[in-house]
Design a protein around this ligand. Structure first.
Ligand code: 7UC
Ligand code: FE
Length: 292
């Protein structure tokens, strides 16, 4: 495999000449190290069946399938399908997923170390992802916010972005809301944690999932503190012009892997409804998600 580095202004590296079939264990190890160090790795010119994609995923870590079957690929339940295309009148996967600032599974007790997205069908333009490096955000916080963040924890829930399923039609909304709280009760994570590999301090908050900040004991704090931390991160900037926001576009054949501990992301969809399909895999590595 061949690694193409970028200038320091943008995250990520490109990897060419990578073939999972012939890759050594050393190559796989190198890839993982690139993800930790550069946060985004785009492997170019990939041509993988769903099975080959999963084979690759299993070499990088422990794949965890999404908790809701509605997202699953019909042949491989490990693959999360984001798609606005129906086949023979049947919707596969879920349209317009992740169109809000989040980190994958932040609302769960153990979020993923790595997320990978492999586009299958792309609109002619405007399909990509916005990313923010939350370790950079932490570094830039004023001291008073830094110490508040270091001494608090946050609560995260999927409730605002839970997607109504076809079978939910005609159900009372209160029943669905109760089900969300039962199946995915809020998760509590420290507001900052140390990345187990890079040692960086991450500000772990997302506009989509984080709904409350608590003191060191978890007692609710004024919401304005969380709002102010979110504002510093750029996640409230609807124009996406905030300096730490990076837009990374997709090209067919790209397989993107990113560090889901340090980055928050927001999917970017074309305004029209051109067909778009991506396959996602989410993985754990052999480290705890965070060290306290
Ligand atoms: O449909 C979606 O946007 C899925 C989202 C609520 N969860 C993605 C994840 O992995 O946290
Ligand atoms: Fe996501």
């Amino acid at each position: 495999m061949k690694v193409q580095y970028q200038d320091d202004k943008r995250m990520g590296v490109f990897v060419y000449d990578f073939n999972n079939k012939t890759a050594s264990d050393r190559d796989i190890q190198d890839l993982k190290e690139l993800v930790y160090e550069h946060k985004i790795v785009v492997i170019k010119e990939q041509d993988l069946s769903p099975h080959q994609y999963c084979d690759f995923g299993y070499r990088l870590g422990e794949i965890e399938k999404y908790y809701q079957p509605m997202y699953h690929h019909p042949e491989r339940e490990e693959i999360f399908v984001s798609s606005n295309v129906s086949q023979n009148g049947q919707q596969i996967g879920v349209p317009k997923t992740g169109k809000f600032w989040h980190a994958d599974y932040a609302f769960m007790p153990k979020p993923f170390a790595f997320s990978m997205v492999y586009p299958q069908l792309l609109p002619s333009k405007d399909r990509g992802t916005y990313f923010i490096d939350m370790s950079k955000v932490y570094q830039g916080l004023p001291d008073d916010l830094k110490s508040i963040a270091n001494e608090s924890s946050c609560y995260h829930s999927v409730r605002r972005y839970f997607k109504i399923r076809p079978e939910d039609v005609y159900r009372p909304i209160s029943e669905i809301l109760d089900e969300i709280e039962r199946v995915t009760p809020p998760s509590k994570h420290p507001t900052t944690f140390t990345h187990p590999v890079t040692g960086e301090t991450i500000l772990y908050i997302t506009e989509g999932f984080t709904y409350q900040i608590g003191d060191s004991q978890g007692k609710p704090q004024d919401i304005s503190v969380l709002q102010s931390l979110l504002a510093h991160s750029g996640q409230l900037d609807k124009s996406f012009k905030y300096p730490l926001i990076e837009h990374h576009e997709f090209e067919l054949g790209d397989l993107r892997i990113w560090d889901n501990r340090s980055l928050v992301h927001c999917a970017h969809y074309a305004a029209n409804s051109e067909p778009a399909v991506t396959f996602r895999l989410t993985l754990h590595d052999r480290y705890p998600f965070y060290e306290l």
